[in-house]
Design a protein around this ligand. Structure first.
Ligand code: OAD
Length: 251
């Protein structure tokens, strides 16, 4: 696919790249986003399935929701956008880091190692009583409410709910301070703190690039913006960014 590339970014050994991703990057893998038409929040109330209070009220309902999402994520495969980011990490090593709001594990399955899953992981759960952590693969998901094999406490999915503090915020803050190129892919820019990262990166002097099906809420903070599907845009963009250039645009 040929796309119109409007940025002058060339990534070199001086470039420290941080990417923030959201549900949109996994849409072409067949996973539903949250806020698009027929998104997950169209059919479920956030208060019911994505808050600690909802879990206290009806843990079985919450488990049904996450069991289904876990099963969809297992069946999904990374798409060309995930693989393009894996290629970037292969070329840039530790100068390339991903912060993701996604819990589907597709960045890791595409081959990325430098991934901070700030909203947790669908393939893990932990005990509310003793804190023991389990791979979902070893938990008996046939029961409506899984319990801890060690202390019989109630297990909960290892995802961050509204009202809880996302993971890795201390590391993320440092990554944002140190990066000079910040790329945001497939996120509506409405959920904080992630929605504020692009502004922080910009004020720290980084160039910022957005790639999204439509303009996100925080679009004014992007130096360059590409409108369209990330699986179609990203492979060409990554090839363009990684072509070595003597012009140091991101320093
Ligand atoms: P949203 O559903 O809010 O936004 C997804 C964004 O991706 C939208 O702006 C779409 O236009 C865009 N999009 C859809 N398909 C795309 C494609 N093929 N290529 C590029 N962009 C595409 O999802 P998030 O922003 O990730 O939190 O949501 C953020 C957080 O809100 C989630 O992590 C979740 C949710 O409530 C928790 O559950 C705590």
């Amino acid at each position: 696919m040929s796309i119109k590339i409007s940025d002058n970014i060339k990534i070199g050994s001086w470039t420290r790249v941080v990417v923030l991703t959201g549900a949109g990057i996994s849409a072409e893998s067949g996973l539903r986003t949250f806020r698009d038409g027929d998104g997950l929040w169209e059919n479920h109330r956030v208060e019911d399935v994505a808050t600690p209070e909802g879990f206290m009220r009806d843990p079985e309902l919450v488990w049904r929701f996450y069991r289904e999402r876990y099963s969809h994520a297992l069946k999904a495969s990374p798409n060309p956008a995930h693989f393009a980011l894996a290629e970037m990490e292969r070329k840039l090593g530790d100068n390339f880091q991903i912060i993701t709001q996604n819990v589907d594990g597709l960045h890791r399955r595409a081959g990325n190692k430098n991934v901070y899953e700030m909203h947790g992981r669908l393939d893990k759960c932990f005990c509310q009583s003793c804190g023991s952590s389990y791979e979902m693969a070893v938990v008996n998901l046939a029961v409506s409410l899984p319990h801890c094999p060690q202390c019989s406490g109630i297990l909960r999915p290892d995802v961050v709910w509204f009202g809880e503090i996302p993971y890795y915020l201390d590391v993320i803050e440092k990554l944002i301070q140190k990066c000079n190129l910040f790329i945001v892919i497939g996120t509506s820019g409405v959920v904080y703190p992630a929605a504020g990262f692009v502004m922080a990166a910009k004020y720290n002097g980084a160039k910022t690039i957005g790639i999204n099906l439509e303009k996100p809420r925080n679009a004014e903070h992007f130096t360059f913006f590409y409108e369209g599907k990330s699986g179609e845009l990203l492979p060409s963009l990554v090839r363009h960014w990684l072509e070595f250039s003597a012009v140091d645009e991101t320093r």
